[in-house]
Design a protein. Structure first.
Lengths: 428, 296
C-alpha cells in the first residue's frame, strides 16, 4: 500500500498515476470535504486526462481523512503544497506540522518520501527528527501537463541520507514501474537539482524575454529566431524560448528567491539571478505599457476586454497570474474579463471590473482587447465577430494565441511579444 | 515604490513652493493656481534658505496643513564646486530642521535623475543611485536628509527625480531642445556633439508640472522618476527643432570627444500611479515651445 499525505495538485495527480500502475494507494488529507469529493470522483483541479485516469484506477485508490488508514502503508509520500508569501519565501510550518502528525501513525519501517517543494537543507534536518527512513523525490509539476509528466517522467531524482546505500526494494519497485532512469544522490544535491532545473528554465525564458523586447523595438521577429535556436543541439527543441510576461506560477519565483537567499547566506554571487528577477518584473508590465501607449493615453474613457485570468491555459491556478496583476493596475478603467475556468471572486469584482459570460461578451464594446491567457478557446474564436462587436481596433495578444495574419486582415492594430507593431500594410 | 495616500485626488489645502521662481517652480505654481489651489511661491529673494535664520522664517510661514515642495537648489550652471555643494546642503539643513520639528500635510523634494549612473539602463525608481559628481551627490544627500527629517515628524514624503525638462520659460541654456531652438532661431544652425547620437528622455515642462500636481493631489509617497519613457537622439531632437522652426536651419556635427551614452527610462511606475496620464510628444512640445517663446 502506498500512502499520500497532503492532497495538493501534485498529490492528487501523483497518487492517481501510481494507482494507474496497479499499486494500491490511499490518499489522506485532513480536509474531509476534499477527500469526500475525491471519493466521488470530483476533482478539485483541472488537468487534461486526469478524470479518465481516476475513473480507470478507481479500484486501486481510496481517499480518507482518517490518518489511521496510513498504518498499512509501506511507503508514504508527503505532497502538501508549500505556500509562499509575497516575497516568494516558503512557509514550511504546515508541512513539518503535517509530517509530525502523520509520523505517529506510521510503522517504524514505513518509508517516508517528501515530494513537496522544500529548500536545500530541509531533508537533512527532518531526518534527524523522525524515525522512519526518509527520502526526498524531485517533482517538477507542470500545470496543464501534469498527467503526462507523472506517467512518463524523464527521470527520478531521489535525495537520500546516504546515496551509497541501495534504495529499499519496495521503493525501487515502485519507481521502476515508471520505466525511467533513477538518480539517487544526497539530500542537498537533490534539493538543489530541482532548483537547478528551474534556474535553467528561467535562464531560457529570460533570454527569450530580453531578445524579444529588442525585436519589438527594432523590427526583428522573435518567432523567426526561436526555431533556429531550437535546432541547435546545445539549446534543444524543448527549450523554453517563448517570450512571456515575466516568470509566473509561483514555483520558479520561489526558487529564484531561494537562490538569492542562499547566495546571501553563503556569500556567493547571484547577480545573474537578481537580473532575471528584475527582467521578470519588467516584462510583467509589458501589457500595461502597451495599453498605455495605444489606448489609455489616447482615449478619454476606454473600455477594456480581457480574455483569460489563469496564469496559463488548462489550469484554474491564478497564483502570480499576469492577468490579475494587470487588472490590479486598471482599477480606474471599465474592464470586462472572461476565463473558461476561473471565476473572479466578489472582492475582485468591482464597479468597473465585471466578469463576462463568454469571450465575445468580454469583447463587446471594448476599445481594446487583451488576451492574457492563451486558452485554446481563444485561438479558435470567431475574430470577425469579435471585430464587429468591438468599438476599437486594438488587439493585444502577448502570447500569440491568435492568428496574426487574420487579425491584421481584419484591420486590428495588433501587438504581441517579440514582434514590432503590425497593421495592414506592414510593420510600423 | 510610489504609494497614494489618498484614494481619490483632491486639491491640497495650500502648497508652499520653495524655489518658486525657477523653471519648474514658475510653471507649477501657475498650474496649481489654475486648478484652484492656494499657492505661496517663495524665491531666494523672499527667503534665503542658506542662512540659519530661515528656520524661524519657515516657522512663521508654514502651517501644519501645508504641502511643501522643495524645488530650490543652485543648479550646475551656478557652480559644480564644493562651495556650491555646501551651500545647497545648508539650504537642506535649514529646511530639514523645520521639518523634523513640525509635521506637514506632505513634503515633496524635487531631486534629479543625475543621482543615477549613466551606465544604468533603463532607469527605474529602484535603480541604484551612484552619484559620480558633486551635483548628483548633493541631490542624493538632500533626499536622505529630508527622508530622515520627515520620518521624525511623520510627514508623508515624496522624492521626484526629473530627467531633462524643456519648454517655455527655461532659464538655462543647456545642450538639448532649449539651446537648439534658440540657436535655430537666432543663428539658423544647431551644433551637435559628434553626430548627436546620444539618446535622452526630454520631458515637456507642462507635463512635469502636471505630474507634480498629480502627486500632490494624491499625497503620493515614495520615489518617482519624471520622464516620458521615450528617448530620442540629439540628432532627432535637432531635426525636429529644424522642422518646427522651418527656416532651413543647418545641423552641424563635430568630431566626437566623448563616448556615446544613452539614457532610457522605464516609466511603469508612473503608468501604475497615473494610468490615464498623457504625455506631450516631443514634436508637440517643441512646437508649443517655439510658438510661446520664439515666435511671440
Amino acid at each position: 500500500m502506498i500512502g499520500f499525505v497532503g492532497l495538493s495538485h501534485l498529490g492528487i495527480v501523483s497518487s492517481i498515476s501510481i494507482a494507474s500502475k496497479g499499486f494500491k494507494v490511499v490518499g489522506f488529507d485532513p480536509t474531509t470535504e476534499l477527500t469526500s469529493n475525491l471519493e466521488q470522483n470530483k476533482l478539485p483541479v483541472h488537468e487534461p486526462g486526469l478524470d479518465d485516469l481516476l475513473a480507470r484506477s478507481k479500484n486501486q485508490i481510496s481517499f480518507t481523512s482518517d490518518p489511521k488508514k496510513l498504518e498499512a502503508c509501506e511507503i508514504v509520500y508527503v505532497s502538501l503544497d508549500v505556500k509562499t508569501d509575497q516575497n516568494n519565501s516558503s512557509d514550511l510550518g504546515p508541512l513539518t506540522g503535517l509530517i509530525e502528525e502523520v509520523a505517529a501513525y506510521l510503522k517504524p519501517e514505513t518509508i517516508l518520501v517528501v515530494l513537496s517543494q522544500v529548500p536545500p537543507g530541509f531533508s537533512r534536518k527532518l531526518a534527524l527528527k523522525i524515525k522512519n527512513p526518509l527520502y526526498y523525490q524531485v517533482e517538477t509539476l507542470i500545470f496543464g501537463r501534469a498527467v503526462e509528466r507523472a506517467l512518463y517522467p524523464e527521470r527520478y531524482i531521489v535525495g537520500c541520507e546516504n546515496p551509497a546505500k541501495s534504495l529499499p526494494s519496495t521503493f525501487e519497485k515502485l519507481l521502476r514501474a515508471f520505466e525511467c532512469p533513477i538518480l539517487p544522490m544526497r539530500y542537498e544535491s537533490a534539493e538543489l537539482a530541482k532548483i537547478s532545473i528551474n534556474m535553467c528554465l528561467v535562464s531560457s525564458i529570460s533570454v527569450a524575454n530580453t531578445l524579444a523586447e529588442i525585436c519589438e523595438k527594432m523590427g526583428a521577429e522573435w518567432s523567426e529566431i526561436a526555431p533556429a535556436l531550437k535546432l541547435d543541439k546545445r539549446i534543444g527543441q524543448f527549450s523554453y524560448l517563448s517570450p512571456g510576461l515575466g516568470i509566473a506560477g509561483g514555483n520558479l519565483e520561489r526558487d529564484l528567491a531561494t537562490i538569492c537567499q542562499l547566495a546571501r547566506e553563503y556569500g556567493t554571487d547571484a547577480g545573474v539571478v537578481e537580473a532575471w528577477v528584475a527582467n521578470s518584473r519588467h516584462r510583467l508590465d509589458w501589457v500595461l505599457r502597451t495599453l498605455h501607449g495605444s489606448v489609455l493615453s489616447q482615449n478619454e474613457n476606454p473600455t477594456l476586454g480581457v480574455w483569460g485570468l489563469a496564469y496559463k491555459p488548462d489550469t484554474k491556478s491564478t497564483k502570480n497570474s499576469p492577468s490579475l496583476h494587470l487588472l490590479g493596475q486598471l482599477k480606474s478603467f471599465a474592464v470586462r474579463a472572461y476565463d473558461p475556468q476561473v471565476e473572479l471572486s466578489t472582492e475582485q469584482r468591482g464597479n468597473k471590473l465585471t466578469q463576462a459570460e463568454s469571450a465575445v461578451e468580454a469583447a463587446r464594446g471594448a476599445t481594446a482587447l487583451v488576451v492574457m491567457t492563451p486558452w485554446k478557446e481563444f485561438s479558435t474564436a470567431d475574430l470577425k465577430q469579435v471585430r464587429q462587436v468591438m468599438d476599437g481596433d486594438v488587439l493585444i495578444d502577448p502570447y500569440a494565441a491568435l492568428d496574426r495574419r487574420a487579425c491584421i486582415e481584419l484591420d486590428f492594430t495588433y501587438y504581441r511579444l517579440g514582434s514590432a507593431l503590425e497593421q495592414r500594410g506592414g510593420v510600423c | 515604490m510610489l504609494k497614494h495616500r489618498l484614494q481619490r485626488p483632491q486639491n491640497p489645502n495650500r502648497v508652499v513652493l520653495l524655489g518658486g521662481s525657477g523653471f519648474l517652480g514658475t510653471r507649477l505654481s501657475a498650474l496649481l493656481r489654475q486648478q484652484g489651489t492656494e499657492v505661496l511661491s517663495l524665491s531666494s529673494k523672499d527667503l534665503d534658505l542658506s542662512v540659519a535664520s530661515s528656520v524661524d522664517q519657515l516657522k512663521q510661514i508654514l502651517k501644519a496643513e501645508d504641502s511643501l515642495v522643495m524645488a530650490s537648489a543652485l543648479t550646475p550652471d551656478k557652480g559644480r564646486d564644493v562651495r556650491t555643494l555646501m551651500k545647497n546642503l545648508s539650504m537642506a539643513q535649514n529646511v530639514a530642521e523645520y521639518i523634523e520639528q513640525k509635521t506637514l500635510a506632505h513634503l515633496t523634494y524635487i531631486s534629479s535623475d543625475a543621482v543615477y549612473d549613466m551606465s544604468v539602463n533603463p532607469v527605474r525608481e529602484g535603480s541604484p543611485c551612484t552619484p559620480t559628481d558633486l551635483y548628483a551627490a548633493m541631490h542624493i544627500t538632500r533626499e536622505i536628509v529630508f527622508k530622515v527629517a520627515a520620518q521624525k515628524s511623520k510627514t508623508p514624503y515624496l522624492v521626484l527625480r526629473p530627467c531633462a525638462i524643456y519648454g517655455s520659460g527655461d532659464t538655462h541654456n543647456s545642450y538639448g531642445p532649449n539651446r537648439f531652438l534658440r540657436t535655430a532661431v537666432k543663428e539658423k544652425k544647431i551644433s551637435l556633439f559628434g553626430g548627436g547620437e546620444e539618446k535622452r528622455d526630454h520631458l515637456y515642462i507642462d507635463d512635469a508640472a502636471r505630474l507634480v500636481s498629480a502627486c500632490l493631489s494624491f499625497q503620493s509617497e515614495g520615489v518617482l522618476n519624471l520622464a516620458t519613457g521615450t528617448s530620442a537622439s540629439f540628432f532627432d531632437v535637432a531635426s525636429q527643432v529644424a522642422n518646427v522652426v522651418g527656416n532651413e536651419t543647418k545641423i552641424e556635427c563635430s568630431p566626437r570627444a566623448n563616448p556615446v551614452t544613452y539614457r532610457h527610462f522605464d516609466i511603469t511606475e508612473t503608468l501604475r500611479a497615473f494610468p490615464d496620464f498623457r504625455f506631450t510628444s516631443l514634436r508637440e512640445g517643441l512646437a508649443s515651445f517655439y510658438k510661446t517663446d520664439m515666435r511671440g
